[in-house]
Design a protein around this ligand. Structure first.
Ligand code: HEC
Length: 444
């Protein structure tokens, strides 16, 4: 499944910036939709079962409307689910093209599973609608109606369950593939998706997703039932009470749990991904969740339809903050591989210009060494930084890694202070790396 990585093109720094922007837009569609769909399926299956067992029409109506809100028509499943998921997989293939991370393969599986889930979800919706319609038709003396009913019952039973199962698998792939992308230290060791089952990060993100989906579907239910376009048609007092009784407690509890998992997800991020932006958006998300839970609590105490709208909009803002939080963590984690990508692009570009006879003035390795490195480094002895003869052996077989280090120095040896970034252009980093490596080999 890694073929996507092979067709990816070298990216300039500006193009990588655009990719992150695209990922944000994709996530703002995909994450709320998938979590709403997941929550709606679970809740709908639960209430439908309850409605059948207790012969409760309110529960059956709740089960059906829950699905109707999130799947008003079938193209929504493609537009907000499958298509963004596909675009996201392509974006990750671009970002991770030079790495050993298997995220793209995992995401491709996720895409296939999601397509299956969408197909089942759509037939679940159809079955619910037909069951509802057929229940109004008297069954007496009409074998055909009875037959249809049986058929619809069968479709509903299987399709709802399968939709949920496939969705669980798709969401797992989504979470696992993306969690791996923000953990560069696991890129070499993880070789299949099952290994990620035990990852604490995947586990906490999965639980976070479930909590999010319950919050999403309950708040959505309240919003669409009481506020959106003046509220649901044919509302009875009993049904209003049923919706409140079912959605409010679930909504409130899941809203209260959400901040906990946001904090946990920050704690579990690798240090490389922790930037001020990551903290800022996590904080913003918690703030909006708090405000939304305030509105939900308001509905419990003294119900007003306007609270439902307020809770829905505030919660939407919280989800957007959550998305931006996730993307900024990803940007932090792929910083180095992005620098390598941009470097490849610059080289590619220069080669192209050179082939057309255009020469760019780039400093030679020796000039860069004298100007930018010799203050702190010698080949044979320690200065401010370590002697090159002591640190270069490990880069002998991997010059890209050396270039990466020079472009973006990381803490290595506790005995030294961190090396400041010298602000070189990728092509300059490449020539200085070549220069010190050649000199070092000559002196060996
Ligand atoms: C202001 C001082 C300073 C300058 C200037 C400087 N370095 Fe360093 N360099 C250091 C220090 C300190 C370390 C040790 C960092 C550590 O171990 O965390 C280091 C470490 C290194 C290492 C070893 C990395 C490793 O994996 O152990 C390399 C290679 C290196 N520098 C190359 C360069 C090059 C090339 C330049 C010039 C473009 C340069 N440095 C400029 C201070 C400097």
């Amino acid at each position: 499944m890694d073929f996507l990585k092979q067709i990816a093109l070298p990216q300039s720094e500006a193009q990588i910036g655009v990719l992150y922007f695209v990922l944000n837009v994709i996530d703002i569609l995909l994450l709320p939709f998938l979590s709403y769909l997941f929550g709606a399926l679970v809740v709908s299956l639960y209430h439908h079962r309850k409605g059948r067992l207790q012969n409760d029409p309110l529960a059956l109506r709740y089960a059906k409307e829950m699905i109707d809100h999130i799947i008003p028509n079938k193209s929504i499943l493609l537009l907000f689910g499958v298509v963004p998921f596909m675009a996201m997989t392509f974006a990750y293939a671009q970002l991770l093209q030079d790495t050993a991370a298997i995220s793209v393969g995992i995401l491709t599986w996720g895409l296939l599973l999601l397509a299956a889930a969408a197909a089942f979800a759509s037939s679940y919706k159809t079955a619910l609608t037909f069951t509802d319609m057929l229940s109004a038709v008297p069954a007496k003396d009409n074998d055909q109606v009875e037959q249809y009913k049986e058929q619809m019952r069968e479709t509903r039973r299987t399709s709802g369950k399968y939709a949920l199962l496939f969705l669980i698998a798709a969401v797992y792939c989504l979470i696992a593939g993306r969690s791996l992308a923000v953990h560069p230290n696991q890129w070499d060791s993880v070789s299949n998706a099952v290994q990620l089952l035990l990852s604490l990060d995947v586990l906490s993100k999965s639980v976070q997703f479930v909590v999010l989906s319950f919050a999403m579907s309950s708040i959505g239910m309240l919003f669409f039932t009481f506020s959106w376009q003046g509220g649901t048609a044919h509302m009875t007092k009993e049904y209003a009470e049923y919706v409140k009784g079912a959605a409010l407690p679930v909504g409130l509890v899941s809203l209260l749990l959400l901040p906990l998992f946001t904090v946990l997800s920050v704690v579990l991020l690798p240090v490389a991904s922790l930037t001020a932006t990551v903290f800022f958006f996590a904080f913003l998300m918690i703030l909006f969740v708090f405000l939304a839970s305030h509105s939900v609590y308001g509905m419990i105490k003294d119900f007003k339809a306007s609270y439902a709208a307020k809770a829905f909009y505030l919660f939407t803002l919280a989800v957007i903050a959550l998305v931006l939080h996730g993307t900024s963590a990803l940007a932090g984690a792929t910083k180095t591989s992005s620098a390598v990508l941009a470097h490849r692009y610059v080289l590619h570009h220069e080669q192209l210009l050179a082939s057309m006879g255009i020469n760019l003035a780039v400093l030679t390795g020796e000039e860069i060494f004298t100007a930018k490195c010799s203050a702190c480094h010698e080949f044979g002895a320690k200065k401010v930084g370590p002697a090159y003869k002591d640190v270069l052996p490990k880069y002998e077989s991997d010059r890209t890694r050396l270039v990466t280090f020079v472009l973006n120095p990381m803490k290595v040896d506790p005995a030294y202070p961190p090396m400041p970034n010298q602000g070189l252009k990728p092509a300059e980093a490449d020539s200085i790396a070549a220069y010190i490596m050649t000199m070092y080999k000559q002196q060996k």
